[in-house]
Design a binder for this molecule. Structure first.
Ligand SMILES: Nc1c(NC[C@H](O)[C@H](O)[C@H](O)CO)[nH]c(=O)[nH]c1=O
Ligand SMILES: CC(=O)[C@@H](O)COP(=O)(O)O
Length: 159
């Protein structure tokens, strides 16, 4: 199923856990900042909408999506962080550089989650074009930041 078939901002909110005392790190890559800032805004707004306190949301930036893994490790090792949301947008270029970034950050974030036993959410768009990114950062397919935030909340309920 693609995002074209499932809006990223439409999801079930049944049985969400109480996250009023949970602390979230929101890491935002600076590359494609028009996209990533929209994703980050969506993530933070969704966290607030579902009971997270503003003072419990720590937003930090990293240069690019490749740096999200290390940034997630820095945040996940903190005892005062319960979940990490990693936000990025890697747009396909002329070379295979995007493939290497995407694979590295997907595996890197997974490794951090398993190492620190905390939800680390893959909120990274990997579009072919800037328009596809716009469509998934508050456009016709919703906002992947919303999806990443609700995923973090649901995963804390699992723990
Ligand atoms: N082309 C994109 C990048 N490239 C930069 C890398 O993420 C990384 O910062 C660099 O290779 C140095 O380690 N990053 C994105 O997030 N999005 C892109 O489209
Ligand atoms: C995805 C990226 O890192 C971006 O810089 C790709 O650029 P290129 O055209 O060199 O593949």
């Amino acid at each position: 199923m693609s995002s074209a078939d499932k809006n990223l901002s439409i999801f079930s909110t049944a049985n969400l856990p109480d996250v009023s005392e949970k602390r979230f790190a929101v890491l935002v890559a600076e590359w494609n900042e028009d996209i990533t800032e929209a994703l980050g805004k969506g993530a933070i707004e969704t966290l607030l909408k579902h009971g997270v306190k503003e003072e419990n949301i720590i937003k930090r930036h990293v240069p690019g999506s490749y740096e999200l893994s290390f940034g997630a490790q820095v945040m996940a090792q903190r005892e005062d962080i319960d979940a990490v949301i990693a936000i990025g947008c890697v747009i396909q270029g002329e070379t295979r550089h995007n493939d290497y970034i995407n694979n590295a950050v997907a595996q890197g974030l997974t490794d951090v989650a398993l190492k620190y036993n905390k939800p680390v959410i893959f909120g990274v768009l990997t579009p072919n074009t800037h328009q596809q990114a716009l469509d998934r950062a508050g456009g016709i397919h919703g906002n992947k930041g919303d999806e990443a935030a609700i995923t973090a909340i649901k995963m804390l309920g699992l723990k």
